[in-house]
Design a protein around this ligand. Sequence first.
Ligand code: SF4
Length: 327
Amino acid sequence: GRELLRVENLKVYYPLRRTLEEILAGVRRFLRAVDGVSFSILEGESLALVGESGSGKTTVARAIVGLVEPTEGRITYNGYDVAAFRGRELAMFRRSVQMVFQDPSVSLNPRMRVGDQVKFPLDVNKIGSKEERRQIVLETLKRVGLVPPEDFYNRYPHQLSGGQRQRVAIARALVLRPRLLIADEPISNIDVSARAQILSLLKELREEMGLTLLYITHDLSSAWAVADKVAVMYLGKILEYGRVDDVFTNPLHPYTRALLSSVPSLSPEQKLRKKLLLSGEVPNAINIPSGCRLHPRCPFASQKCRVEEPSLLDAGNGHLVACHLYG
Ligand code: SF4
């Protein structure tokens, strides 16, 4: 496939309020939510951005859709710089890249009928006649498994289950026929019983509509279920990247290995591998450790790890890792 989206050295820093002493000393401090992230997604591909809360994965997504402004770096769509889009180009880009958020009970309007919410983007973009819009909405509701669609059209969000509400949010994201769908923890706020169904829906949509998917999660097993490739984030950086099979059966980075040690086994290989535990907690993004940002917690840390930041390098077959143990 062709490259659809590229993120280059993305940084999102938030300046912190300074004390008088810091102002006098000319010290500036930042929360480094995203600290130099690069990756690309090919057309039709599914990439999972995996990380714990505070890893910066959601901020990356929000920067792509323009909800936060990058401090540094470049985002290109189809080879064009997103920051340079104006007018019609910007409108086209906004239509082509849609986002589904974590909590459908927040992202949906409780006082608006489901069908009207799904129709809203069509109204805003003045697509089709009134009757055509209604038809598109009914087809989309059916497509996401809300059948009979005529019945769901007239319901309100509170009359639906959490899983059904997330289907509505997905329908609303799909109604403009986007090419890239960004799903930010789409299953973490819904019933456990409905999660697998939402994941299979995302997979079906990808295959049938040729959608490209950026799937954001803290949950490795769901990444394994929906994605072709995975990027593992920690404190604003990607530490490991590769095909899901490679990363999950042969994780290289100590952080990925520790994450995988804490999930019930995904593969037979994993059962054989020794568990790896990290010490301590994730530091906050204000005081990111020097050198390798994992070093205070890593059992393999050496003196080099404390001073020199490892770059993300290819360990073979496009499996990238940022760790001094390799290369
Ligand atoms: Fe551990 Fe060093 Fe590798 Fe960082 S670079 S993960 S501290 S071994």
